[in-house]
Ligand binder design. Structure first.
Ligand code: ZN
Length: 155
């Protein structure tokens, strides 16, 4: 399995956005380009599943129970690094168990985003409904929000 994991890490590294790593300065050349990009974004144009952008399929990733904790963390880190190169950030609670984190991350391959040269796409996995939270009650931060809601209702 380790050989397969090494290959997976290589693939994830290869899937990083080269444009950005070569050119550290903002990539939009002109104000017009920037405006065009914002307009595309507002129109929801060019939405693509993350997996298509990276050229990676969910099937490439073994089920979490086949991997060791270390392998789970290595793949999760490589995946997050790859997303970062595409200006995508995922909001994850700290101390999430390795297997849950890995599984949630791999699930985001299906999520549609617009690859942007400027600005950051924030992926929210928790939709502030603790009952349905993918992180589970223990790690969900929407509990706080629910408490806040109760509090707001009580005044
Ligand atoms: Zn939550």
């Amino acid at each position: 399995m380790q050989i397969y994991i090494n290959q997976l890490i290589e693939d994830l590294t290869a899937a990083q956005n080269k444009k950005q790593s070569l050119n550290q300065s903002p990539t939009h050349e002109s104000f017009e380009d920037y405006i065009a990009e914002v307009e595309r974004y507002l129109n929801g144009e060019g939405e693509e599943p993350i997996g298509d952008i990276l050229g990676m399929k969910e099937e490439c990733f073994p089920p979490a129970n086949r991997l060791t904790e270390k392998q789970l963390n290595t793949v999760s880190d490589a995946y997050l690094e790859c997303l970062e190169s595409w200006n995508v950030s995922i909001d994850l609670p700290d101390n999430l168990p390795a297997a849950l984190k890995y599984t949630l991350l791999i699930n985001t391959l299906k999520q549609k985003i617009i690859a942007m040269d400027s600005g950051i796409t924030h992926l929210e996995l928790c939709h502030y409904d603790s009952e349905w939270c993918p992180f589970g009650i223990k790690f969900c931060r929407c509990i706080e929000t629910d408490k806040d809601k109760e509090f707001m209702n009580s005044i």
